[in-house]
Design a protein around this ligand. Structure first.
Ligand code: PDD
Length: 279
């Protein structure tokens, strides 16, 4: 495992964070996770575009050009020798004496790590069992910020119950938003449903690739429309998407089977097509 911090490649155990990094004290920063397939970063351009947007929304100045970030990704792959894995990177606003408002003179900190990993093929084949929980996150879930406590608690709730994942719903309108670190879809009467991209969900790169490239190609139709947990239970299929899950069927929610309780044909077809794209 290998890392990068502010211009230097480092081994992870030698890296140290300044105690007054604003990421550390305030969660004042943004991140991205990209997947490496056979030594190549998948959809890096989309991840960099989203990274720029997150930074713009939080008014964190840009200190690296896209070409540099791309080069660092490939240097990490080369130095680590990892062919299949995930790269994590984050920009924090920088290091400064603790005060809530932005410090006057501060330069963002960039850190990156690479780890070996592959998607969970067993889960993709057999599907995930999920529970629902209240979405207690803030109102800017469209920003991929370092503040992940709502997501952490949601995922832990699934672990505590011995299931694979959590689907969050808003208490004010009883509508499902997304998973703890994934976007969520259902299929009903041949139509694919998912929450629209607004401030309540992250616009997933995997979601965008499905909607722009794969779903039209396979001749399916998607409606961007939120739905209740009760409606989801009446769906024929359900699935979750993310950089790490790719497309993973959801076969059970709150102990109730979705459709036949096995991965659905549309989810399977979308996964198959996605896996062709990443190779
Ligand atoms: N999570 N929604 C949330 C809340 C997420 O954290 C993620 C990704 C997604 C899917 O986005 P994408 O398709 O771009 O990976 C949706 C990453 C993988 C993580 O936190 O590890």
């Amino acid at each position: 495992d290998y890392g990068f911090f502010n211009g230097q490649f480092i081994s992870l155990d030698s890296a140290s964070v300044n105690l007054e990094d604003r990421g550390y004290q305030f969660g004042d920063g943004i991140y991205e996770v990209t997947r490496v397939y056979n030594g190549k970063c998948f959809a890096l351009d989309r991840h960099l575009a989203r990274c720029r947007r997150s930074m713009r929304e939080l008014r964190i100045p840009i200190t690296y050009m896209d070409e540099e970030l791309t080069a660092i990704h490939y240097d990490l792959i080369e130095k680590s020798g990892i062919k299949d894995g995930a790269i994590y990177f984050q920009f924090t606003r920088g290091t400064s004496k603790r005060t809530h408002a932005f410090p006057d003179q501060v330069i963002p900190n960039l850190s990156m790590t690479i780890h070996e990993s592959t998607p969970n093929a067993e889960q993709q084949k057999n599907g995930m069992r999920c529970i629902t929980c209240e979405d207690i996150r803030w109102l800017r879930c469209d920003i991929k910020s370092l503040n992940l406590l709502g997501n952490v608690l949601a995922k832990q709730a699934a672990h505590d119950k011995g299931v694979d994942g959590t689907i969050q719903f808003r208490k004010d309108n009883n509508l499902i938003t997304e998973g703890s670190s994934s976007n969520f879809f259902i299929v009903k009467d041949g139509l694919i449903w998912t929450h629209p991209t607004d401030n309540y969900i992250l616009k997933g790169v995997t979601r965008s690739i499905l909607m722009e490239e794969i779903i039209p190609k396979l001749g399916y139709t998607v409606v961007e429309k939120a739905f209740t947990p009760e409606f989801a239970l009446t769906a024929d299929e359900a699935f979750a998407t993310s950089t790490s899950l790719e497309v993973t069927p959801v076969i059970e929610i709150d102990g109730q089977k979705i459709g036949t309780g096995t991965p659905g044909p549309i989810a399977k077809a979308l996964l198959e097509e996605y896996q062709k794209l990443v190779q």
